[in-house]
Design a protein around this ligand. Structure first.
Ligand code: BMP
Length: 273
């Protein structure tokens, strides 16, 4: 079963270059930690990434919240990704018709496809959202995650919506490399244990010190996410950079180290090493 395979074994199962590179990075750095850097000033954004860089496999961005954005942010981000050996995931959550998402992905101020190895989409428009994005991303070797579940209280992404998202992914395995979800998706719609599919499961809503925020976010620990729910990458935002936009570098470094260690320990326990 996928749950018992190492990240490097799984890297060999993936043909998509972005999925393969992510799995290889996870193994090389012994880190299944993705840090989500949701701050509004480019200096804070780059400073936090430089601090957490050694401890992560992936940086997750929302570039559209940076108030003083210009393309130097992207150039600096790319330099940091080489310096610290991590992949980049713009959490754009595309959710429109194929033609529009292709334009949003390739063009505009951010030109996401030109620098983000992985991005994501809501399955709500149906398969055409994938068709639109892959027309841009596939030739560039990019990968897509579908949001088949969400971490928030009252999420509508449950039941048959989640199942249909998995079906959409199965029909586009060259580009859809996995899911934003709270548990494994490979066995949905097939008999327990019958699937040898390998989807990447990246999971937000991870925190060790609080259970949620005042706006519906819900947190689980790395152990619950990786060991009990079988997810592959933990996504942590405020749990690492804290309330002060990462003003205390040593505290940010310590949290990144702590979440990396917890995520990796849960993985080692899962594969039984
Ligand atoms: P935090 O760890 O600070 O709660 O941040 C979580 C991050 O993950 C945010 O950037 C949010 O946009 C994203 N996210 C989420 O929390 N839940 C989901 O279901 C999907 C997300 O992309």
């Amino acid at each position: 079963s996928i749950l018992k395979q190492t990240y490097s074994q799984r890297a060999e199962n993936h043909r998509n270059p972005a999925a393969k590179a992510l799995l290889e990075t996870i193994e090389r750095k012994r880190s299944n930690l993705c840090v989500s850097v949701d701050v509004t000033k480019k200096a804070d954004f780059l400073r936090i990434i430089d601090i957490v860089g050694p401890y992560i496999c992936l940086v997750k961005t929302h570039v559209d919240i940076i108030e003083d954005f210009d393309f130097s942010v992207i150039e600096n981000l790319k330099d940091l990704s080489v310096k610290h050996d991590f992949q980049i995931f713009e959490d754009r959550k595309f959710a429109d018709i194929g033609n529009t998402v292709a334009l949003q992905y390739a063009s505009g101020v951010y030109k996401i496809a030109s620098w983000s190895h992985i991005t994501n989409a809501h399955p709500v428009p149906g398969p055409s959202v994938i068709t639109g994005l892959l027309s841009v991303g596939l030739p560039l070797g990019r990968g897509l995650l579908l949001l088949s579940e969400m971490s928030t209280k009252g999420s509508l992404a449950t039941g048959s919506y989640t199942e249909e998202a998995v079906r959409m992914a199965r029909s586009n395995r060259d580009f859809v490399v996995g899911f934003i979800a709270q548990r494994r998706m490979d066995n949905i719609g097939v008999a327990e244990g019958a699937s040898d599919e390998d989807f990447l499961i990246l999971t937000p809503g991870v925190g060790m010190d609080v259970k949620g925020d005042s706006m519906g976010q819900q947190y689980r620990t790395p152990r619950e996410v990786v060991l009990e729910s079988g997810c592959d990458v933990i996504i942590v935002g405020r749990g690492i950079y804290g309330k002060g936009n990462g003003a205390n570098p040593e505290a940010v470094r310590e949290q990144a180290e702590r979440y990396r260690a917890e995520g990796w320990k849960a993985y080692e326990e899962r594969i039984g090493s």
